[in-house]
Ligand binder design. Structure first.
Ligand SMILES: Cc1cc2nc3c(=O)[nH]c(=O)nc-3n(C[C@H](O)[C@H](O)[C@H](O)COP(=O)(O)OP(=O)(O)OC[C@H]3O[C@@H](n4cnc5c(N)ncnc54)[C@H](O)[C@@H]3O)c2cc1C
Length: 381
């Protein structure tokens, strides 16, 4: 005989830790299962920093979710032992006709978000570390900033544990089965656990953990790098340099962060088009990968691209349209799928956790998730 839980959460990374906390905070008995250790560096939610912003170039439909995400992060931070968010402002830089600038303006205008459109001269004057080109502009938004992902995950795990969630680490799930009566989860140890519902937040492992859905997901290798500024370190502190995304019409956009506590400035390309399963993912970083980012960085932050300090490999789980997958499993209403966050999901963990709790506890959510339907690719219906 074993215990039956109200909800089992498979994966306690960014989304799963938030889901476990939000469900447990509604008085439900939660079991969280994670194959690695708390806030580990083998998935998609590590590397010290994540950009959070509101004037969302990807689609204005994300803005209401972002506004709610900000509120929920603030709520969580009140119970956290460590800071979760640092406001730096954010610069979306490119030519006036770039998708980045146009998309950011569209979201800002449609949702009445406070923002400024800066000329190249304005950018260089206000943020002296930067070297914008004459034909570049930037959408500047003040609430943009940095989330500290490991601290966010730890805070959600703490919140879940504080209300009695049973969180098990180094406990890989082998398979699950659902019926109208509940879900049956088998661990690789052979142990079986049961629950009324299951939440699958398996990140880059979603293709294996929801294989029957045949979601068209691809796991992309993405590497971030830290550099020591070459000179004038005072220009790179979070009060002087906002987070930024830079579209210079090259293959991949460059994005980056100011120097938080003199750990170096972090920069990376958004996307790589190098795909592999998590098991086959190359974890070492070649010198030419560092050089490519340093060269791009030197064109934008000329005094920034100094000595290479560190690199870290991370995974994006991409959908074909780069929108998320959040919703009920089409064949099992008691199974919730949350994945395919396509390299821009972390800022949403808080609101995704709330949405999943709505779906588990109420059966529906006030947060708008139509864009994210698991069946939109014509998969199993
Ligand atoms: C380099 C990089 C930069 C990024 N930058 C940003 C950014 O600036 N802003 C932003 O908003 N987003 C950003 N993202 C995206 C964001 O970090 C991800 O969308 C988000 O972290 C995904 O969370 P997740 O919970 O789906 O995955 P994860 O956090 O990886 O969680 C999945 C968990 O499931 C566990 N798991 C899987 N299978 C099993 C199993 N069988 N049994 C038990 N446990 C299992 C895994 O171990 C893992 O802990 C970035 C991502 C990367 C890689």
């Amino acid at each position: 005989m074993h215990d039956r839980y109200d909800a089992i959460v498979l994966g306690l990374g960014g989304m799963g830790s938030a889901a476990a906390a939000h469900i447990a905070l509604r008085g439900k008995r939660v079991l969280g299962l994670e194959q690695f250790t708390p806030a580990h560096d083998r998935g998609s939610s590590h590397g010290a920093s994540r950009i959070i912003r509101q004037a969302y170039f990807e689609d204005p439909a994300y803005v209401p979710l972002l506004l709610r995400a900000y509120e929920l992060w603030q709520e969580l931070e009140r119970t956290s032992d460590e800071p979760l968010y640092l406001r730096t402002g954010g610069l979306m830089v490119g030519r006036m006709d770039s998708a980045l600038v146009q998309g950011s303006l569209r979201s800002a205008r449609e949702h009445g978000l406070e923002h400024e459109l800066l000329s190249a001269t304005d950018i260089a004057r206000r943020f002296p570390a930067t070297a914008p080109r004459d034909n570049e502009v930037a959408v500047y938004e003040k609430p943009a900033g940095i989330l500290f992902p490991e601290a966010c995950v730890r805070a959600y795990l703490k919140a879940a544990g504080a209300v009695g969630a049973d969180l098990r680490f180094e406990t890989p799930v082998q398979k699950w089965q659902a019926s109208d009566n509940g879900v049956d989860v088998t661990l690789t140890s052979g142990e079986r656990v049961t629950g009324n519902s299951l939440v699958v937040c398996a990140g880059a492992w979603l293709p294996q953990m929801a294989a029957e859905l045949a979601l068209p997901l691809r796991v992309e290798r993405n590497v971030v790098h830290w550099f020591q500024p070459r000179s004038n370190p005072e220009l790179f502190t979070p009060d002087k340099l906002p987070v930024y995304i830079l579209d210079r019409g090259q293959r991949f956009m460059l994005y980056g962060f100011p120097d938080v506590e003199f750990a170096g400035i972090k920069a990376a390309f958004h996307h790589s088009e190098i795909f592999a399963s998590p098991e086959e993912m190359k974890r070492t970083v070649a010198p030419d990968e560092v050089d490519a980012v340093r060269d791009a960085l030197a064109q934008w932050l000329p005094r920034g691209a100094g000595q290479h300090l560190a690199s870290s490999v991370c995974m994006y789980t991409l959908t074909p349209d780069l929108h998320f997958v959040i919703g009920k499993h089409p064949a099992h209403a008691n199974v919730i799928i949350a994945g395919g966050f396509s390299g821009h999901g972390f800022k949403f963990c808080s609101v995704v956790g709330e949405t999943i709790a709505d779906l588990v506890v109420e059966g529906e959510s006030f947060n708008t998730i139509e864009l994210f339907s698991p069946t939109r690719f014509g998969a199993l219906t």
